[in-house]
Design a protein around this ligand. Sequence first.
Ligand SMILES: *Cc1c(COP(=O)(O)O)cnc(C)c1O
Length: 399
Amino acid sequence: MSDTPHLATLAVHAGNAVDAGTGAIRRPLVMANSYALPEDPSELSWSGTGTPLYTRNGGANQGWLEEKLAALDGGTTAVALASGMAAQHAVFFAALRSGHHVVSSDTTYVGTYRLLTELLPAKYGITATLVDSSDPAAVAAAIRPETRLVHVETPANPTTRITDVAAVAEVAHAAGALLSVDATFATPVLQRPLALGADVVVHSLTKYVNGHGDAMGGAVIGGGEAGTALVEDVRREAMVNVGGVISPFNAWLIMRGSVTLPMRMRAHCAGAMAVARFLAQDPRVAYVAYPGLPSHPQHALAARTLDGGFGGMLAFAVRGDGAAQNRFVAALRLITSAVSLGHDESLIVHVSGDDERARHYPEEFRRYGHLRLSVGLEDPRDLTADLDQALATVARAAT
Ligand SMILES: *Cc1c(COP(=O)(O)O)cnc(C)c1O
């Protein structure tokens, strides 16, 4: 192996090793709550994470998964938690205290939006200013003396807006704040935010990293001095004491799923590009938001900053009202109507134009609502055929 293995090699090997107990060449599934104590346990910290002790302080499968996730994102350390939201909350919980301020993307996953706009202000007195983070000047203008964290999501759920991580990292660090990046849509395959200056990266492992729609998890990966320290705070405060630990079985499943992440992302990107092009040329479609299309507002930035593709997520709407969007989804035969994303199968969800977050979305999202489509690993020709026949069904109903 070369000194710095490439991502596909890390995806196969990082975190894996021969099991000392059995000689198995795969990490075993260790379903234990407790680990044998040293001869003199009296000096152990019950909140410690260094010695195998109790699975809420860190289990074997969790540790192996964390090793792999840190390698994939080029970080120094990682902590895996029960869900993407457990991970995102943990970053806010560990980095902030009462009176602190956050500058965040105004377009984020709904749970993140809820934390920043409702729960953190009401319960902890932590305030947030939401801005269009694709404009680094808007991020800079929102900074206050008490700003401790800048948080961005790129590509953003659901509009696929792109933020320039390197530019925003400069703004954050100039203000003495940390930068966290929710990179769930990009995965470490398309972008490694730590190398661009982010202090921590957050992933919902539930999505692409696991990739098979059968396990939930989340992770925070840190790099640099401040990012490493923040991940250790997350481990101690949010995991051991608040308890959002990942189950060993889910950690094992996610580690298994992540082996194929690089090749799956290539297929997701190719499929999404084919689907986006098909939709964009169809007059029955009102709009398509996909960073790979020249019509996307940050297409040039995406082409410059994403490596090897534009992701597997897009948003669009058919011409017509909300009932037309529902008729279209009902007419799909292959694409499944369900939340979540990044699974092997394509998933679609209809969100109406008066969603609470829609005032932050582009005008066409408000006018038509949107269909968020996670393009799966099916043959793109079958996906476009399915979309085509569903568009025909809606058009027939309209005449
Ligand atoms: C799904 C998602 C989350 C939350 O992850 P869960 O595993 O569902 O808790 C956070 N951020 C983004 C961008 C997501 O898509």
